[in-house]
Design a binder for this molecule. Structure first.
Ligand SMILES: *[C@@H]1O[C@H](CO)[C@@H](O)[C@H](O)[C@H]1NC(C)=O
Ligand SMILES: *[C@@H]1O[C@H](CO)[C@@H](O)[C@H](O)[C@H]1NC(C)=O
Ligand SMILES: *[C@@H]1O[C@H](CO)[C@@H](O)[C@H](O)[C@H]1NC(C)=O
Length: 507
C-alpha cells in the first residue's frame, strides 16, 4: 500500500471513528464496512450517504459487493434509501448479479476500482431504475455487456471514462432516455456503431475525447437536438464528412483539437447555428474550404492554432460574432485581411507564422483589439509597417486607462521583431523610426505635427482619417456576395437533410 493510500485510509478510519463519537448526523456503518463513513438523517437512524474511499473492502468482507445483496446481514433492513453511495478506490474487483440488492440508491460512484470484464449484466438489477448518476470511471473495465444499463430510465449522468473498453455494443444505451451527460473518454475505442446514441435526445454533454476514433459514422449524432457540448479531442479522425454535425442545432461547444484532420471541407460545420466555441488546434490542417465556417453566425471563439495553414481565401473567416481568434503556429505568409469582417474581434493571435507585413488599412479594425500577438513572424520593417508603432501607442493608452494604474504583467500588443532589412534585424517591430518614411508618400501630412524628435508618437487617426490613404475597403460588396452564398448553401442543406431522414426511416 502506498503512503498516500495509507494516509487516506487512516483518514477514512478517523472519520468513521469520529462518526461514532461526535457528530449527530453521522450514523453507524454496518459492522462489516467499518472503514466507510456513513451519514444519516437527523434522527440518526437511517443511512443517507455512505463513502468508502480507499477502503480495501474486498479484504474486510468476504465477497466484494455482496454486502448489499441478499446475503447481507450487516446492512440494516430499514435502510431502503441511500442517497449517495461512493465506493471510490475501494479495491472492488467485480459487480456480481444483484450486487446492490434492492436499496434505492440515487447516486452511485464506483470509480477507481478494478472490474475488468467482471461486471455482471445483472449487476445493477434492482437498483438501476433509481439511479440518477453512475460512475464507473478509472476502473479498468475491459468489456460492457449490452444489457448492463438496462432499466436505468432515470439516469442522468453516466461516466465510463478512462477504462479499457474497445467495443461499445450498439444497443447498450437504449434504455437511457433521461441521459444528460455521458462520458466515454479515454477508452481505446476505434469505432462507434452508427445508431449508438439513437435514444439520447435529451443528451447535453457527450465526451468522446481521447479515444481512438478514426471516423464518425454520418448517423452518429442524428437526433441529438439538445446537445450543448461535444468533445472529440485527441482522436484519430482524419476526415470529417460534410453535414456530420447537421442535427446538433443547440450545440454550443465543439472540441476537435488533436486530430489529424488535415482539411476542412465545405459544409463540414453546417447546421450549427448556435455554435459559440470551436477548437481545431493541433489538427494538422492544411486547407480550409472557403465556406467551411459560413454557417457559424454565433461563433465567438475559434482556435486554429498549431496547424499547417499557409493560405486562407478571402472571406473564409467572415465571422460577424467572433471575439477571439487563434491562428498562431501556422504557415501564413499573408496577414488575414478577414479581420475586417469581424467587427467584434477583441483578441487576435497570429504569432509563429511567416507574415511579412500588416496592411496599414487594417488599422481601424485592429485598433479595437484588447490583445494582439504578432510575435515570431517574418516582418519586414519598411515604411509600410511604420504605422504599427502608432497602433501600439493607441492600444497601450487605452489599456492603461482600462487597468487604471493597477499593475498588470501582460501587454496588449506583442509586436515581435523585424527580420529585415538587415540594419533593423532583431529590432522590435514597433521600436524603430525612419524619418525618410515620414517624408515620403503616406506619412507626409504628418511630418509637421510630429516635429521630428525621437520618441515621437504617430497619431494614426490623423494618419488614416483622410480618404486619400488608399484604403478603399468595399465591405458592402463583400457582404452581398457572402449572403448570396449563404442562401444557396442553406437551400442545399435542407435538401440534404431531407435525404438523411428519408434514408433513415424504415420503409
Ligand atoms: C487492469 O487490468 C490488467 C489486466 O487486464 C491488470 O494487469 C492491471 O493490473 C489492472 N490495473 C489496475 C490498476 O488494477
Ligand atoms: C451531473 O453532473 C453535473 C456536472 O458534474 C452535475 O452538476 C449534476 O448535478 C449531475 N447530475 C446528477 C443527477 O447527478
Ligand atoms: C489623434 O488625433 C485626433 C484628432 O486629431 C485626436 O482626437 C486623438 O485623441 C489623437 N489620438 C492620440 C492617440 O493622440
Amino acid at each position: 500500500m502506498t503512503l498516500t493510500k495509507q494516509r487516506k485510509l487512516q483518514g477514512a478510519l478517523f472519520w468513521a471513528l469520529l462518526a461514532y463519537s461526535l457528530d449527530a448526523t453521522k450514523v453507524r456503518c454496518p459492522p462489516s464496512i467499518i472503514p466507510c463513513v456513513c451519514e444519516g438523517d437527523r434522527a440518526g437512524t437511517k443511512i443517507k450517504r455512505m463513502s468508502c474511499t480507499d477502503a480495501p473492502l474486498s479484504r474486510s468482507i468476504n465477497t466484494d459487493i455482496m454486502l448489499f445483496g441478499s446475503s447481507s446481514k450487516g446492512f440494516p433492513e430499514h435502510n431502503e434509501v441511500v442517497d449517495k453511495l461512493s465506493l471510490i478506490y475501494a479495491g472492488l474487483t467485480s459487480i456480481p448479479a444483484g450486487g446492490f440488492g434492492k436499496i434505492r440508491i440515487f447516486h452511485l460512484d464506483l470509480q477507481g476500482n478494478n472490474f475488468q470484464d467482471r461486471i455482471s449484466p445483472k449487476g445493477f438489477a434492482g437498483v438501476g431504475k433509481y439511479l440518477r448518476s453512475l460512475s464507473l470511471a478509472w476502473s479498468n473495465v475491459t468489456a460492457i455487456h449490452p444489457k448492463v444499463f438496462r432499466g436505468m430510465v432515470a439516469l442522468r449522468n453516466l461516466s465510463i471514462a478512462e477504462n479499457q473498453i474497445r467495443e461499445v455494443p450498439g444497443t447498450v444505451f437504449q434504455h437511457l432516455r433521461s441521459l444528460r451527460r455521458l462520458s466515454l473518454a479515454g477508452n481505446p475505442i476505434s469505432h462507434l456503431p452508427g445508431t449508438l446514441f439513437r435514444y439520447q435526445t435529451t443528451l447535453e454533454l457527450l465526451d468522446l475525447g481521447y479515444c481512438r476514433l478514426r471516423r464518425l459514422p454520418w448517423t452518429l449524432f442524428i437526433g441529438l437536438w439538445n446537445l450543448r457540448v461535444l468533445d472529440l479531442r485527441g482522436n484519430r479522425l482524419s476526415y470529417l464528412e460534410s453535414y456530420t454535425f447537421i442535427d446538433l442545432t443547440m450545440l454550443h461547444t465543439l472540441l476537435l483539437s488533436h486530430n489529424p484532420i488535415r482539411r476542412l471541407p465545405t459544409d463540414v460545420f453546417h447546421g450549427l447555428p448556435h455554435l459559440t466555441v470551436l477548437r481545431l488546434d493541433e489538427s494538422r490542417i492544411q486547407s480550409v474550404a472557403r465556406d467551411a465556417f459560413r454557417d457559424l453566425v454565433e461563433l465567438r471563439s475559434l482556435d486554429l492554432g498549431d496547424n499547417a495553414i499557409a493560405f486562407l481565401a478571402d472571406g473564409t473567416l467572415a465571422l460577424p460574432g467572433l471575439e477571439r481568434l487563434h491562428l498562431d503556429g501556422n504557415e501564413l505568409t499573408e496577414f488575414p485581411m478577414d479581420v475586417r469582417l469581424m467587427p467584434r474581434l477583441r483578441s487576435l493571435d497570429v504569432s509563429y507564422n511567416r507574415i511579412v507585413t500588416v496592411d496599414r488599412c487594417l488599422y481601424p479594425y485592429l485598433r479595437r483589439l484588447d490583445f494582439f500577438n504578432l510575435q515570431e513572424n517574418h516582418l519586414v520593417c519598411d515604411c509600410g509597417l511604420l504605422w504599427l508603432r502608432a497602433l501600439r501607442a493607441e492600444m497601450e493608452t487605452r489599456w492603461r486607462q482600462k487597468t487604471a494604474g493597477v499593475y498588470h504583467s501582460s501587454v496588449p500588443l506583442l509586436s515581435g521583431r523585424c527580420v529585415a532589412p538587415e540594419r533593423l534585424r532583431d529590432v522590435g517591430a514597433t521600436s524603430w523610426l525612419d524619418f525618410d518614411c515620414l517624408q515620403t508618400g503616406q506619412y507626409s501630412d504628418l511630418l509637421h505635427s510630429v516635429g521630428g524628435t525621437t520618441g515621437v508618437q504617430l497619431n494614426v487617426t490623423d494618419l488614416l482619417a483622410n480618404g486619400g490613404d488608399g484604403c478603399g475597403i468595399r465591405s458592402d460588396l463583400h457582404d452581398k456576395r457572402i449572403n448570396h452564398r449563404r442562401r444557396k448553401l442553406r437551400h442545399l442543406a435542407y435538401l440534404s437533410r431531407d435525404l438523411h431522414y428519408m434514408r433513415r426511416s424504415p420503409t
